[in-house]
Design a protein around this ligand. Structure first.
Ligand SMILES: *[C@@H]1O[C@H](CO)[C@@H](O)[C@H](O)[C@H]1NC(C)=O
Length: 446
């Protein structure tokens, strides 16, 4: 069903938007941190007041159930609130004089026009996490929302208008999914000084390559292949609940969701039994229906990928313990696979669907080796009650975020981001603002 239409814009339209953002930057950068903070606070209030319609737009275009959609609006709004507060804390430094007649100061200034490219899986929060920080720093922006979910972006920006954020500070370029020149324009334009992207590692590499032509500052939140470890000494109920929340939120379409569940042999049977019991209780359906826990996948291509991953695992000896069925449309049955091993595609590729894949391990060393056996390093999780092990494993995991006895790691006050091929930079938190600021040295002779 078509929800509506948006303009199909191209590289020329993007150039025009960059011009507008460039002009707006001349005045926006001179506003005080206090006034930007006040505007962000107003925007936050309007988002909260309009939570229900925003959640409905989100469910309609993304498919996630309405409870999760409302949760995303709150989560998304929290970044605007956070950066309204952080706007006033972009302090500089005074450095002890290196010579009697010298004085050194460091001030922080906005990087300039920012290109913002966002994904469809969190069509609200991935935008606010970037725009909140960019606007707080004093940058203007050109946003290309995912072609699958433009309406959440447009609704957010209508509220930004109502909040009094000046015209030209946020510019949106909507595209069809076949349009490549808008991303390229943002990555290569000399007038765009920073690019921030959340999406696949493949596209991230391309944008980084294109951005090299102008030495663009780049932030990337890319794919993951999150390990979720459960040790014999874990609180099993908590581990199962954490695994469900971590794996099946947004029907498994999150970059931090567990792609590989590594379970120690002593509790493997019991953990999988309890996990399957819970997965059997899921209700798949339309996001607006009461009680639905699992919505559709975003596209036919997403369904095809999940099928390919499950078929590959089964053909190589994995046991299909539950699910494994395409239910028509873009609906795929929540699935549990047992007896996984590293020969299977799920070990190296992100599934981005409702598939829990369980591997068995014997020792802590083996678990860490398996967990780190991937080019990705976004999030990792483990469950244990042994204090020594908690420190050892948390330090050994090659990821940007570790959940210890916790299936979630995302908060507006916490740094979100990855290492290895999962990206560059951090979003949210006190560190998130730095991504949009340049340090300038002022060296004086007195
Ligand atoms: C994976 O499991 C299959 C089936 O048991 C087995 O044939 C294969 O050798 C295993 N591969 C690895 C890398 O463990």
């Amino acid at each position: 069903m078509a929800l509506g239409e948006v303009p199909e814009m191209n590289g020329e339209d993007c150039k025009a938007a960059i011009e507008v953002a460039t002009t707006a930057f001349k005045t926006w950068k001179k506003t005080t941190a206090k006034s930007r903070s006040d505007l962000l606070e107003k925007w936050y209030q309007l988002i909260i007041q309009n939570k229900e319609p925003l959640a409905q737009i989100l469910t309609a275009e993304n498919g996630k159930n309405l409870v999760e959609a409302r949760g995303e609006i709150d989560y998304g709004a929290s970044f605007i609130k956070w950066f309204a507060e952080e706007a006033r804390r972009s302090y500089g430094d005074v450095i002890p004089a290196p010579a009697p007649d010298k004085r050194l100061l460091v001030i922080q200034q906005p990087v300039g026009v920012v290109g913002v490219v966002t994904p469809w899986n969190f069509p609200n929060a991935m935008i606010t996490r970037k725009l909140g920080a960019a606007l707080a720093a004093g940058c203007t922006t050109v946003l290309k929302p995912a072609p699958e979910t433009p309406f959440s972006a447009l609704a957010l920006c209508e509220l930004a208008n109502q909040a009094g954020i000046p015209a030209g500070v946020i510019n949106i370029v909507t595209t069809s999914k076949y349009t490549k020149e808008v991303g390229k324009e943002l990555a290569t334009s000399e007038k765009v000084h920073k690019l921030t992207f959340t999406g696949s590692t493949a596209v991230g590499k391309l944008l980084m390559e294109q951005g090299a032509s102008t030495i663009k500052r780049i932030s990337l939140e890319l794919g993951g292949n999150a390990p979720f470890l459960v040790f014999d000494d874990a609180d099993l109920d908590a581990a199962v609940d954490g695994a469900i929340a971590c794996k099946f939120r947004n029907t498994g379409q999150t970059c931090v969701c567990s792609n590989r569940m590594l379970i120690q042999s002593g509790i493997y049977e019991e953990f999988s039994r309890r996990l399957i019991e819970k997965v059997k209780k899921f209700k798949v359906g339309h996001g607006f229906e009461d009680g639905v826990t699992q919505g559709p996948l975003i596209t036919e291509a997403a369904v095809a990928k999940v099928k390919r991953h499950v078929d590959d695992a089964v053909s190589k000896g994995a046991t299909l313990a539950h699910g494994g069925r395409h239910m028509g449309g873009n609906f795929y049955e929540p699935t549990v696979l047992l007896d996984m091993n590293t020969s299977m595609v799920i070990s190296s590729e992100e599934t981005f669907g409702p598939v829990a894949a369980l591997y068995k391990f014997e020792s802590e060393e083996e678990a860490i080796e398996l967990a780190n056996d991937t080019p990705f390093g976004l999030a990792g999780y483990f469950y244990s009650r042994d204090m020594g092990r908690i420190w050892r494993v948390a330090e050994a995991m090659e990821v940007g975020m570790v959940g210890v006895n916790s299936g979630s790691v995302g908060f507006e006050s916490a740094p979100f981001g990855g290492i290895k091929q999962s990206g560059l930079g951090r979003e949210g938190s006190k560190y998130g603002l730095e991504e949009y600021l340049e340090k300038k040295l002022i060296c004086m002779t007195i």
